[in-house]
Ligand binder design. Structure first.
Ligand code: ATP
Length: 240
C-alpha cells in the first residue's frame, strides 16, 4: 500500500485551545477515507492543514509525498477540494465556473469533458443560484476534479441534501474512487460512512479515538451499526 497522506502527531491551536492535539493518520492510495466526529472535534482544521490552507503548529505531515508547509503551491495543484460552505457567485453559470476553476491549474482536465462526464452539459448555462442542492453538489464535485487531482477532500458534501440527492452523490463519490482518485470525506452521517468509506477515523477533541474499517469500528464498540458504534466511541449518547 502507498500512503497518500501521512500525518504524525499533528498539532494546531487557535489562541490557546488545541483544535488538533496530536493526530496520527495514514490514508492509502485509492481509498475513500472518512473523517467523523462531533462538532468542533477538529475535522475541518485537519482537512485545511492537509490541503495547505492552514499551517499546523507541530508534528509532521506528508501529502502526496510533499510537505504542505513548504510545498503549498505545488500541492494546491494536485488536490481537489470542496470545502465546507463552499459558495460561488449566484450569477455564475455552470460552464463559466468550470472554465474559471480550470484556469487555476497548470495542467487541468478538459473542463468541457468534465462537464459532460458529470452530467452537467444540459445545465451549462444555468446560474449557480438556480441549481437545486443536488446539482450544486454535483457542480462542486466537478470543480474539485477539474484540476485532474490525485486526491480530493470533501467536507460535509451531502449536508443539506435530500435523501435521493445524497444517494446520487454517494454514487458520484464511488465513481471518483473508480477513476483512481483518493477521497477524504468529512461526514456527520454514519450511514454514509458505512456505505462509502473503506476506512475512517473518528476524531474527538483533537484526538483520533478510533480508526479502521467500518466493520472494525462496529466490532470494536460491540455494536450492531456504525451509528451506535460512533455513540459508544464518543460517549455522547445523550445526543440520541
Ligand atoms: N479560525 C478559528 N479561530 C479560532 N478557533 C477556531 C477557528 N476555527 C476553528 N476553531 C475552533 O477549533 C476547534 C475545531 O474546529 P473545527 O472547525 O476544525 O471542527 P470540526 O470538527 O470541523 O467541527 P464541525 O463538525 O462543527 O464542522 C473548535 O473548537 C473551533 O471552535
Amino acid at each position: 500500500m502507498t500512503a497518500i497522506i501521512e500525518i504524525n502527531e499533528l498539532r494546531k491551536s487557535y489562541k490557546s485551545s488545541p483544535a488538533l492535539d496530536g493526530v496520527t493518520l495514514r490514508v492509502e492510495r485509492g481509498e475513500i477515507f472518512g473523517i467523523a466526529g462531533p462538532n468542533g472535534a477538529g475535522k475541518t482544521t485537519l482537512v485545511e492543514c492537509v490541503s495547505g490552507l492552514r499551517q499546523a503548529d507541530g508534528g509532521t505531515l506528508r501529502v502526496l509525498g510533499l510537505d504542505p508547509r513548504t510545498d503549498r503551491r505545488v500541492l494546491l495543484q494536485l488536490i481537489g477540494a470542496q470545502l465546507q460552505e463552499a459558495a460561488l457567485p449566484d450569477a455564475i453559470k455552470v460552464a463559466e465556473a468550470l472554465r474559471m476553476y480550470a484556469s487555476f491549474y497548470d495542467k487541468p482536465a478538459d473542463w468541457r469533458a468534465v462537464m459532460d462526464e458529470w452530467g452537467l452539459a444540459d445545465r451549462k448555462n444555468v446560474r449557480f443560484a438556480n441549481l437545486s442542492g443536488g446539482w450544486k453538489q454535483r457542480l462542486f464535485i466537478a470543480l474539485a476534479l477539474v484540476g485532474n487531482p490525485k486526491l480530493v477532500m470533501l467536507d460535509e458534501l451531502t449536508t443539506g441534501l435530500d435523501p435521493a440527492a445524497r444517494r446520487t452523490t454517494w454514487g458520484l463519490i464511488r465513481e471518483m474512487r473508480e477513476r483512481g482518485v483518493t477521497v477524504v470525506l468529512v461526514t456527520h452521517f454514519m450511514d454514509e460512512a458505512e456505505a462509502l468509506c473503506d476506512r475512517l477515523a473518528v476524531i474527538d477533541r483533537g484526538h483520533v479515538i478510533a480508526e479502521g474499517t467500518p466493520r472494525a469500528l462496529i466490532d470494536k464498540a460491540g455494536s450492531d451499526s456504525l451509528e451506535n458504534a460512533y455513540f459508544t466511541l464518543t460517549e455522547r449518547t445523550e445526543a440520541v
